[in-house]
Design a protein around this ligand. Structure first.
Ligand code: BGC
Length: 718
């Protein structure tokens, strides 16, 4: 997989020049394979894997199916998230695994903006550089496989890990996921995309509807159209070498022993030649996993411990052919990704271009920061603010905000919003900070300010879903470290600041949608997500208009929690008994709001620019859709035209969402500039999954083609 950086518009050449490719390239010095027959160049990965497989003893093969890193997942320097020892006798190297997906989690790393912020860039180039940066650091820490990206769809924004994924739309998730993987492949790593499949919740308090036990009851059409496309694209299009099975069950069988999911679909129908990896402690039964397609259990090797596997073989619950198939897949992937042919990647932080990576994280954060509302207060004008005062309220302004669990990163360094704004404002503008823990104090601190910026953050985390959609929900179960007092009513603080100072900007650092009951009183509302190590600098640049806010929502912000697609029916969420019924079907995210005629607070695809755009001249020519976009304002800005299709219903049993995203483009246009945008549709874009025939089908007839600035701001249609 070679990297084509010539077309990339996302970063400047200077940023591109750093950061990637820091460790020694594959093949620079002799590999680890030696002169065994399977080391001969010119043989295919399959031929080499088969030759080596014949040489391995049964105990050796069995030892390859389980991991050897007991401290896996702890994130300590010098340890790896996972390790699979090789077999020295045959020149088979050890494989090391690292989390993923937001940065390296082994000692310190560059904290990238959360994946949801990357999704908000609507920019595959940004995703490419993101994947390259994460993978580079994981490589520089001596790993061969990156656990990421996470491509699970946001079925409910209450899900504790929704910040780790790309939002609610399968098309957006697929396009950005593929670009991420391509970037990581440029670093020579094996990509392990996760978590397969229908892994959409942690459970309330991690107990009711727990990820460890719930059974996702999902029909084929919903799987094929909504939850599986990002995985299909990751393995078929991007060539991801590994897939991580999730904790939950899917239609009755645990994902890591699911015959249909791992064998029938992934390996046979999709032709996946790589290997499947169990999530940590996601396995249950040795024989079921051996026979139903699980290739490797990284940690701890309990279900795939040598005694457990030997017992399954001795009792004929699994066969040596099963073991061979798993080993062959691991070997084949190692050969295909060049592991035998190169020396191990050294574990050395000195190889990491920390400054370059921080610059990349900052650029991506800028691109993902989403301006939800603005009546002209933004951008701030540094000249007219000379001698004046900006008051920053809320401790989220003064700390590094990120999500919890296995994707959290201990940053090398970070820029808080307070620091970024102070730097940008310079010495002639007073920037005052107040933690604003009680509404009265917050109001008092902004009364004499010319501009108030009030910050609020939530804490999403692996292991536990949010208990509600208000900003503070969830904080009680996991108070963020360093906040001093987590018992702050942030909505009350925002309301008090809005009442005390009319020139208030609200900045949210949340991993996803929250309720914004005060929003009609805010002159400007900025969604900064978990913005990563450079987030404060990025935010300052957006607030002062040094860069146009590039973000668009990858997930709908509802008006009320009761509007969520899964609201009001415990069988849908968090589940009753162990079953979670995906009754919403394909009506996930904006598909639900559109079909039910519910007005969201902020729709999917929404995000303002500091300039305005005009769309005209829509033409549909066969499978090609084109139109013109003009920047009609007075400054350069980002347009993100989005193409939605309204598919035809083939009959009463098959309801179609009013709109489905099938194209998007991120374009920077100077004032007055016009560009022509063309989207090439594929047959799949027009297809729905026919449950009765078990295949993709196109319903003949006329389709609605819509082009807009968001899913609710359709500018052209035909
Ligand atoms: C997570 C995975 C992660 C693994 C190793 C699990 O709890 O679900 O995403 O890769 O831990 O840290």
């Amino acid at each position: 997989m070679s990297r084509d950086i010539s077309r990339r518009t996302f970063l400047t050449a200077s940023v591109l020049a750093v950061g990637v490719g820091a460790a020694s390239p594959a093949g620079a010095s002799p590999g680890r394979c030696g002169d065994h027959p399977w080391c001969a160049p010119g043989l295919s990965p399959d031929e080499r894997a088969n030759l080596l497989l014949r040489e391995l003893t049964l105990p050796e093969k069995i030892s390859l199916l389980g991991g050897d890193e007991l401290g896996g997942g702890a994130g300590f320097p010098g340890t790896h998230t996972g390790t699979g020892h090789g077999v020295e006798r045959v020149g088979m190297p050890t494989v090391r695994y690292g989390d993923g997906p937001i940065g390296a989690r082994q000692g310190n790393g560059t904290a990238m903006p959360a994946t949801i912020a990357l999704a908000a860039t609507f920019d595959p180039d940004a995703a490419f550089h993101y994947g390259a940066t994460v993978a580079n650091e994981i490589k520089c820490k001596g790993n061969d496989v990156v656990f990421g990206p996470t491509v699970d769809i946001v079925r409910t924004p209450l899900a504790g890990r929704m910040f780790e994924g790309f939002g609610e739309d399968p098309y957006l998730t697929s396009r950005l996921g593929v670009a991420w993987i391509n970037g990581a492949h440029g670093e020579g790593l094996i990509v392990c995309v996760k978590h397969f499949a229908a892994y959409n919740q942690e459970g309330v308090l991690g107990v009711v509807g727990s990820r460890m036990t719930y059974n996702a009851v999902v029909d084929q059409r919903t799987l094929r159209e909504i939850h599986l496309p990002p995985f299909e694209a990751a393995v078929r299009e991007a060539g991801a070498g590994a897939v991580m099975g999730s904790y939950n069950r899917l239609n009755g069988q645990y994902a890591c022993e699911n015959q249909w999911l791992l064998n029938d679909l992934l390996k046979h129908e999709w032709g996946f030649p790589g290997y499947t990896i169990a999530d940590y402690a996601a396995t249950r039964n040795t024989a079921n996993s051996l026979t139903n397609g699980l290739d490797f259990e990284p940690w701890p090797a309990l279900v795939y411990s040598p005694p457990a596997i030997s017992a399954a073989l001795a009792t004929s619950q699994a066969s040596t052919a099963d073991v061979d198939d798993h080993v062959r897949r691991i070997l084949r992937t190692m050969f295909a990704h060049g592991l035998f042919g190169r020396p191990p990647f050294p574990d050395d932080d000195a190889l990491i271009d920390q400054d370059g990576h921080l610059a990349t994280a900052t650029r991506i954060a800028e691109q993902g920061i989403t301006l939800l509302a603005n009546d002209g207060l933004l951008p701030l004008d540094a000249n007219s603010l000379q001698g004046k005062k900006i008051a920053l309220i809320g401790d989220a302004a003064d700390r590094f905000v990120q999500g919890g669990g296995s994707s959290s990163v201990t940053p090398f360094t970070f820029v808080t919003p307070r620091h970024g704004i102070e730097q940008r404002a310079g010495s002639e503008i007073t920037v005052a900070y107040h933690p604003g823990r009680v509404p009265e104090a917050a109001a008092a601190a902004v009364r004499d300010a010319d501009i108030a910026v009030v910050f609020a953050a939530d804490l999403q985390s692996e292991f536990v879903d949010k208990t509600g959609l208000d900003i503070d929900a969830g904080l009680l179960s996991f108070p963020p470290p360093g906040t001093g007092n987590p018992f702050v009513d942030q909505d009350a603080v925002i309301a008090a600041v809005l009442a005390a100072n009319p020139n208030t900007v609200v900045v949210l650092e949340t991993g996803g949608p929250v309720l914004t009951p005060w929003r009609h009183r805010a002159r400007a509302l900025v969604q900064a997500w978990y913005p990563g190590a450079g987030g404060g600098a990025a935010l300052a640049r957006v607030l002062f208009g040094d860069v146009d806010p590039g973000g668009r929502l990858p997930v709908t912000f509802p008006e009320r929690e009761a509007d969520l697609p899964t609201a009001g029916d415990p069988e849908m969420y968090p589940g009753v008994g162990e079953d979670v019924h995906y009754k919403e079907g394909v009506f996930v995210g904006y598909r639900h709001y559109d079909a039910a005629g519910i007005e969201p607070a902020f729709p999917f695809g929404h995000g303002l620019s500091y300039t305005t755009f005009d769309y005209r001249d829509l033409r549909v020519d066969g499978m090609s859709v084109s139109f013109s976009v003009t920047n009609t304002g007075r400054r350069r800005g980002f347009a993100v035209p989005q193409l939605y299709l309204g598919l035809l219903s083939p009959g009463p049993g098959v309801r179609q969402p009013p709109k489905q995203l099938k194209g998007f483009r991120k374009i920077s246009l100077a004032a007055g500039e016009t560009t022509r945008v063309t989207f090439a549709l594929t047959e799949r874009d027009l297809s729905y999954w026919d449950e009765t025939r078990g295949t993709w089908r196109i319903s003949p007839g006329r389709y609605t083609v819509m082009v807009g600035d968001s899913s609710r701001d359709i500018r052209l249609s035909t």
